[in-house]
Design a protein around this ligand. Sequence first.
Ligand code: SF4
Ligand code: SF4
Length: 159
Amino acid sequence: MRVQERHRIDFAFREKLNAVADGFRHDYCYQCGACVADCPTSNYSERFNPRLILLKAILGFEDELVRPDSEIWDCTNCYTCSERCPQDVRPVDVIIALKNLCVQEDKAPPLVRKISDSVLVSGITTKVTTLAERRRQELGLPPIASYPVDELKKIIEGS
Ligand code: SF4
Ligand code: SF4
């Protein structure tokens, strides 16, 4: 975070985040930092820090969080932070809410859009190539099952 710069707290962004499922949880954060200690991404990335993401959400730094190259996309969804947080913020759920906001506003990384489109069409994230099918056959593995895409669509549309 560019702490030297002046920022105006953007309460409008907080309201916007509150309207997304689980986004309201950022309100509970008291910045203790317990979520950072065991976060695997924080251990390997200098730019990733769930406490700072929560602080940016609280202060309304929409421009830094809601964008395709935001640090939120580095989160692995491992849920360790949720187990550590004494305030039941469930930081990962706030990060997911931020990701959903990015998708709503067409600010998700193109690869994420590609993967989610693939799930909608085929039920899987990556197209199975003929080479992969042949290799499976050689290894004596069964063909990859097709997925009930219609049922998946119903679940997604109903959520
Ligand atoms: S552990 Fe919870 S309360 Fe503490 S900084 Fe992280 S999100 Fe905020
Ligand atoms: S869910 Fe994300 S923020 Fe939480 S511990 Fe895992 S990588 Fe870190």
